[in-house]
Design a protein around this ligand. Structure first.
Ligand SMILES: [Zn+2]
Length: 304
């Protein structure tokens, strides 16, 4: 069935009925996956312009979708869900949140870990999905000192090279100018403790990097072994309705829009085919659930 406004409205209404939007929580969400113990901790939320979400939509489509998602103002709140993995003697963090210098509503990771009784100094390893502020800038504190000085950091070489190189500043939209400075500041602090990997690598035992470029040039998702699989999706699928019902739309946050479209479709197809669980960084907290086919596209079904 083609995606018409009618089917879209039906899909969004059904999805919206299953949740309250948006949901944030300081209390961590924990579950087991194969050999891993997973905890999702909130870093707070971002406040973003609603106009960024779906510039390809007609005004009617946009209004209907945003209403279903409870996002009717000029800005909307985007959750930031950080995944912590206990694997044997390792405690592995996936992304580090916004830190103190991005938005006052974000950078709550360390406080929320502490409230949950998790000592951040016990974190041994960090894997980054990409170098945007809400994923990387928590790597240093307000004095530019490392927040986890004893950890080892894993960065996709393509992403590292992108932010350090001239392509990061060439044709850069004004709203992203600070992103390059910030990425370089944080990478510089980590550089002696960084290990590079490439898409397809088994970064750590049972954790593979899935090449998912487009949102940024070197973006990776992480695939955890066990059962039907678990995908930590980073920013491939950032909106609970739009990313699934309209993977072909091009949100303004994507660096390479057409590549991001192809990546979204690839990952959605894989999530359905493998029946893998998804943790979405910006989906309603804790961002865990599954993907189903729906009316010629997809929908996200939260599982908590
Ligand atoms: Zn993000």
């Amino acid at each position: 069935m083609p995606l018409t406004r009618r089917t879209l409205l039906a899909a969004t209404a059904a999805t919206a009925a299953a949740h309250s939007w948006p949901a944030f929580a300081a209390a961590p969400h924990a579950f087991k996956h194969g050999a891993f113990e997973i905890t999702v901790v909130s870093d707070g939320h971002l406040v973003l312009p609603t106009a960024f979400l779906a510039p390809d939509a007609t005004p009617e489509q946009r209004a209907a979708l945003l209403k279903s998602a409870g996002q009717t103002g000029e800005t909307y709140d985007s959750p930031t869900n950080i995944t912590l993995i206990r694997a044997g003697s390792d405690l592995i963090l996936i992304d580090m949140g916004s830190g103190d210098r991005f938005m006052p509503t974000a950078g709550k990771l360390w406080d929320n870990l502490k409230s949950a009784g998790i000592d951040k100094s016990k974190i041994t390893k960090v894997i980054f999905t990409h170098g945007h502020p809400d994923h990387l800038w928590g790597a240093v504190d307000d004095l530019d000192d490392m927040t986890l000085p004893n950890a080892t950091f894993y960065v996709a070489a393509t992403e590292w090279d992108f932010w350090q190189g001239d392509d990061a500043t060439r044709g850069l939209p004004a709203e992203r100018a600070g992103f390059v400075t910030g990425a370089r500041r944080n990478y510089a602090a980590l550089k002696d403790r960084v290990k590079m990997f490439k898409a397809g690598d088994e970064v750590l035992s049972g954790i593979h990097a899935v090449g998912t470029p487009g949102h940024t040039q070197g973006h990776v998702a992480l695939a955890l072994s066990g059962g039907d699989g678990l995908i930590i999706g980073g920013d491939v699928l950032t909106h609970p309705l739009i990313s699934f019902a309209h993977p072909e739309w091009r949100p303004l946050a994507d660096h390479v829009p057409e590549q991001a479209v192809a990546t979204r479709k690839m990952l959605l197809g894989r999530l359905v085919a493998d029946r893998s669980k998804l943790i979405g960084f910006h989906l309603p907290y804790p961002g865990t659930g599954f993907v189903e086919r729906k009316d010629g596209a997809y929908r996200f079904v939260a599982d908590s």
